[in-house]
Design a protein around this ligand. Sequence first.
Ligand SMILES: O=C(O)c1ccccc1NCC(=O)[C@H](O)[C@H](O)COP(=O)(O)O
Length: 212
Amino acid sequence: MDLIRVKICGLRTVGDVQAVAEAGAAYMGLVFFAKSPRNLTLEQGRELALAAPVGLAKVALVVNPDDPTLDSIVEAMPLDMIQLHGAETPERVAQVRARYGLPVMKAMGVASEDDLAGLMEMSLAADQLLIDAKPAKGELPGGNGLTFDWRLLVGRKWLKPWMLAGGLHAGNVADAVRLTGARQVDLSSGVESAPGVKDHAKIREFMAAVRG
Ligand SMILES: O=C(O)c1ccccc1NCC(=O)[C@H](O)[C@H](O)COP(=O)(O)O
C-alpha cells in the first residue's frame, strides 16, 4: 500500500504534531468546533501550526463557519487548507476558496447510495473531497469512529482528489484501501486512547499498516 497519503485529524499537543510528522503523515487536522473534544482555541491552533515541519500540511477544520470565524482562524496561523465539515453548499465552498486563496476540502457524509449524488457536483467546487461516514442525529459531524459500507464507492470516480474517512484504524485500513481504491485516508478516533487524546503508538501502528 505505498503512496497512500494520510491525514491525522484532531491533534491537540505539540507532541502530537511531532508524532504525526515523524510517522510520515501528509496532513494534520486542527479542529475548531466548540462541541468537539478535539476543539482548539486560536492560540492553541497557532502553536500547533507553527510546530509543523515543512511537508506536513496544516488543515483547519470548521463546521458551517461564518466569515468572521474563518477570518480569525486564517489570520491567527499559517494554513495550507481549509476543511469544511458541515452542510456547506458548493456556492459556499467557492466563496471560501475565493476569499482566502486556500484550497478547500469538503467533507461529505455517506450512509447509502442516495448520498453519492451530491459528490460529483461538490467535486466541481472543492479542491478535494473527504468522504466520511454520515453521522446519526445528535452525533458530532465527524470524528465518531463510524465506518460506512465501503462497497458504495467501488468503481466511482470524482473530478478531484479525495480521502476516505470514517472509523479507520490499523486493523481495517488495508481492506478499506483495497476495496475503494482510495489513495488518501483520514482518521481521528482510530489513533486515540480517549476522545481527543492521541495515542502515539497507535499513530505509528496505523502508519505501519498503511505502508505495509
Ligand atoms: O474530529 C472531530 O471532533 C470533528 C468534529 C466536528 C466535525 C468534524 C470532526 N472530525 C472530522 C475528521 O476529519 C475526522 O478525522 C473524520 O470524521 C474521521 O473521524 P474518525 O471516524 O474518528 O476516524
